[in-house]
Ligand binder design. Structure first.
Ligand SMILES: [Zn+2]
Ligand SMILES: [Zn+2]
Length: 91
């Protein structure tokens, strides 16, 4: 499998930031919905404007430059080398 194809495969499976940015999760039933939807097709719940990527970023550290999801104790992005300052959530 070529490297590019593998990357596309990962994106299709929802691992790429591009895919995550185009998806939302219904807060009511947890269904993954396309970003274009405003209402959950499954339960009719009104969806938030936040995408799956936005929600993921709230919980995990992400590179500001390239959007790579990083380990919580990362000091710099292994993908682009961008240095990060840890935001300590101590209150
Ligand atoms: Zn729903
Ligand atoms: Zn980066």
């Amino acid at each position: 499998m070529a490297e590019k194809e593998e990357l596309n495969w990962l994106e299709e499976c929802g691992f790429g930031p591009k895919v995550m940015k185009s998806m939302k999760v219904c807060p009511h039933c947890g269904t993954v919905v396309d970003n274009e939807h405003r209402v959950c097709p499954d339960c009719g719940m009104r969806l938030l404007t936040k995408t799956l990527y936005d929600r993921y970023r709230e919980r995990h550290l992400c590179c500001d430059k390239c959007g790579t999801v990083l380990a919580d104790d990362s000091r710099y992005c292994p993908h682009c080398g961008n240095s990060l300052y840890l935001k300590v959530s101590g209150g």
